[in-house]
Design a protein around this ligand. Structure first.
Ligand SMILES: [Zn+2]
Length: 384
């Protein structure tokens, strides 16, 4: 039986939390990932890994440490992001202090705890002197909290059979999450003095007509057949701006719509639904000026519950936790979607904690140790 090195895992986690790696795209003073990536790289190199670094933009470093197999086995990548969200309002953003089994600080749960567990798991395999048949890649990537340039920079260089993304999941096994699409809808009117209804065209009022139709679409989405783990698809009118003065007709109104997709839906279908609303408005009023564009598409992901990596993970949770971890769907989006789209069987499991993106964040240290044990067992089972 492999033993996790608790002291090692806890101390590298502490050190990573103490290194500021705030995403600079989210906050202008953000330190970026370079320093924490250097640290992770040194740990992986000490464990005998072959190292590759990726830096698509200055200071935005991702690092992958590979323990190559003897050949013929399944290859596995473990993926954690190294960046964190902003630390504003936090009493102890970089303390790494441990109280009552909780380790405090920004990124402790999201997701340096998971990075420490990934490295700790590899150390268990290395300490035991095991040579597996398949390759193991430990990835620490930049920029998940903003535009995921990190995972996109590493993707072309690896084709693992399976990927485990170690985002927080309370040690439950997530086999799917939603995707999201951002649409921008714009109505154009004519600015004119408010006293002249004969000359002004009200862009805001025209957007109101669109919103009424969008409201009906939202209600219709809620009635669609739900995904068994994620529920039905949804949308919301996220941002709305239009008009410039009380006594003026609004020349322009812009609406930001976020559409959350579930497995099986395509971006084209979602675009088609918006286009249909616009077509209806134009049929009702051929003079109306309204258009939309797609700003961003991030895919959903899903893996078959019978996939070998999921079976392997179930077995490992049974052995470490004493019972098979529940199979769940995750609502929030992660880098898992990129790995899944690239063709790897992708699944998500991560530690327990509290306060993602809020003023007090902590991770349960025991759950980090358990995660390391689970990941080590998966490596041995899946890559042998
Ligand atoms: Zn995260």
């Amino acid at each position: 039986m492999l033993k996790p090195d608790k002291q090692y895992i806890t101390s590298i986690l502490q050190k990573m939390v103490q290194i500021n790696s705030t995403n600079p795209s989210l906050h202008p003073t953000g330190a970026g990932e370079a320093e924490v990536a250097d640290y992770a790289q040194s740990l992986l190199a000490d464990l005998g890994c072959a190292i590759q670094r990726f830096e698509p933009e200055p200071g935005r470093v991702s690092v992958v440490g590979s323990r190559l197999g003897s050949g013929g086995g399944n290859s596995l990548m473990l993926n954690a992001h190294l960046d964190t969200v902003d630390v504003e309002g936090m009493a102890e953003p970089f303390s790494g202090a441990i109280r009552d089994g909780k380790l405090f600080g920004r990124g402790s749960q999201d997701m340096k705890g998971a990075m420490a567990a990934q490295i700790g798991a590899l150390k268990m395999v290395a300490d035991a002197g095991l040579t597996l048949r398949g390759d193991i890649h430990i990835a620490g990537v930049a920029d998940e909290e903003f535009a995921s340039i990190g995972v996109q920079s590493i993707l072309p260089h690896y084709q693992p059979d399976a990927v485990i993304v170690t985002e927080p999941s309370d040690l439950e096994i997530s086999i799917a999450h939603k995707g999201f699409i951002w649409f921008e809808v714009k109505t154009t009117g004519r600015a004119y003095h408010g006293s002249r209804p004969d000359m002004g065209i009200d862009a805001n009022m025209r957007m109101g007509r669109f919103l009424a139709k969008l409201d009906r679409l939202e209600q219709e989405l809620a009635q669609r057949p739900p995904h068994r783990l994620l529920g039905p698809p949804s949308l919301h009118a996220a941002t709305l701006t239009g008009g410039s003065a009380w006594s003026a007709y609004a020349a322009e109104c812009t609406l930001g719509v976020e559409r959350r997709t579930i497995p099986g839906e395509t971006a084209e279908q979602a675009e088609q639904e918006i286009q249909q609303l616009i077509d209806e408005l134009i049929a009702e009023d051929p003079e109306i000026k309204i258009e939309f564009k797609t700003i961003l598409v991030n895919d959903w992901f899903e893996v078959d519950e019978g996939a070998p990596i999921v079976k392997s993970l179930k077995k490992a949770t049974q052995s470490v936790l004493g019972e098979t971890a529940p199979i769940i769907g995750q609502h929030f989006w992660t880098d898992a979607a990129y790995h899944s789209t690239a063709g790897s069987d992708t699944v998500l499991i991560g530690p327990t904690g509290h306060g993602l993106h809020s003023a007090e964040e902590w991770v349960d240290v025991d759950s980090v140790i358990h995660l390391a044990e689970i990941l080590a067992q998966v490596m041995i089972d899946y890559c042998s």
